[in-house]
Design a protein around this ligand. Structure first.
Ligand code: ATP
Ligand code: MG
Length: 310
């Protein structure tokens, strides 16, 4: 793969996030942002809020969200997963059946019920989840006429983030209003990149989206890092793609690489994070190592790289 391998995909041009359609900052936006910043200051101990984002499907966003958060919680860091994908994969992967939920992230996102009503504990101590199901897809339509709709998740999390050390928002494979809400609510973006051909396509668009958000919505979203996933060290292609990502991605790439692992692939069918399914597997050890890498970074701040246009 040459330099052109990292050229962004032009396929997703007409998204809600395109320059023409991003809302111009308004007084309401500014006011909302100021309110959430004041709230952030009041709460001295704040979670680091990560969006786990890549508009490409099936690259390991949900697997990373579940297992990274599970290991951080196990290492004593109280963590929250926000399932912000109508597929509800993070929800079912943690043993909750999405369609039986009375209340989900959808209800708290729209302000119908408080966070405390929709949040759920998981089998892992110190790990909570704000679960999702297909109701969330309806929010896209319901919010069409709502002003300030990019800030709803940020506002919801700003009221509760002081309760956690880490928050991970599992985003859908699209650049939709849900994704926009997730990014605006985050401090950092964690980008899983599957080590396969074409895996870098679309990254340019994601990075440009982040620039647009920071410029137009006056946020300070940073790139927390790219994470290589489904790596097979016996495959030349995996090794080549990993090398290309490290050479060309203009931001931090985590030292930890997530291998392709049968245990990781089967753990959703057991509805358990890998730590409860097969903690001695290579996949489990990799996510534990990623959790330790993130905690270690905290001691060497600043860990998130300021955004540089790509
Ligand atoms: N390291 C891995 N080794 C083997 N299989 C994996 C690994 N990571 C994820 N998978 C499997 O690949 C599939 C896609 O993973 P996952 O659901 O985490 O991706 P995603 O990016 O969240 O997908 P979507 O875009 O649909 O939300 C799942 O079946 C998952 O179990
Ligand atoms: Mg997913």
């Amino acid at each position: 793969m040459g330099e052109e391998g990292i050229e962004p995909s032009r396929q997703l041009g007409h998204t809600i996030l395109s320059r023409a359609r991003l809302p111009i900052p308004t007084l309401a936006h500014d006011f909302s942002l100021i309110l959430s910043l004041i709230w952030d200051k009041i709460n001295l101990v704040m979670a680091r809020v990560f969006s786990v984002c890549n508009q490409k499907g099936g690259v390991g966003k949900t697997t990373t969200t579940i297992n990274l958060a599970a290991y951080l919680a196990t290492l004593g860091k109280k963590s929250l997963i926000v399932d912000f994908d109508p597929q509800g994969n993070a929800t079912s992967g943690l043993g909750i059946t999405p369609h039986t939920l009375q209340y989900s992230v959808y209800h708290s996102f729209l302000g119908d019920v408080p966070f405390d009503v929709s949040v759920r504990k998981t089998e892992i101590p110190h790990l909570d989840i704000l679960p999702a199901n297909s109701d969330l897809a309806g929010a896209l339509v319901e919010l069409i006429d709502v002003g300030d709709r990019e800030f709803l998740l940020r506002r919801l999390l700003s009221r509760v983030r002081h309760q956690y050390a880490y928050v991970f928002i599992d985003l859908p494979p699209s650049l939709s209003l849900l994704t926009l809400n997730g990014l605006v609510a985050s401090d950092e973006v964690l980008i899983p990149i599957q080590t396969e051909y074409y895996s870098l396509q679309g990254l340019g668009e994601l990075l440009r989206t982040i620039t647009l958000i920071n410029t137009n919505l006056k946020t300070n979203l940073k790139i927390g890092g790219a994470l290589l996933t489904m790596y097979n060290r016996r495959e030349v292609l995996s090794r080549e793609v990993a090398k290309e990502v490290r050479r060309h991605f203009p931001h931090r790439v985590f030292n930890t690489v997530i291998p392709r692992s049968v245990s990781l692939a089967e753990s959703p069918s057991f509805k358990k994070p890998i730590i409860l399914h097969n903690r001695s597997s290579q996949g489990a050890r990799a996510y534990e190592s990623l959790a330790r890498e993130i905690i270690a970074d905290e001691q060497n701040k600043p860990q998130a790289h300021n955004f540089v246009a790509w």
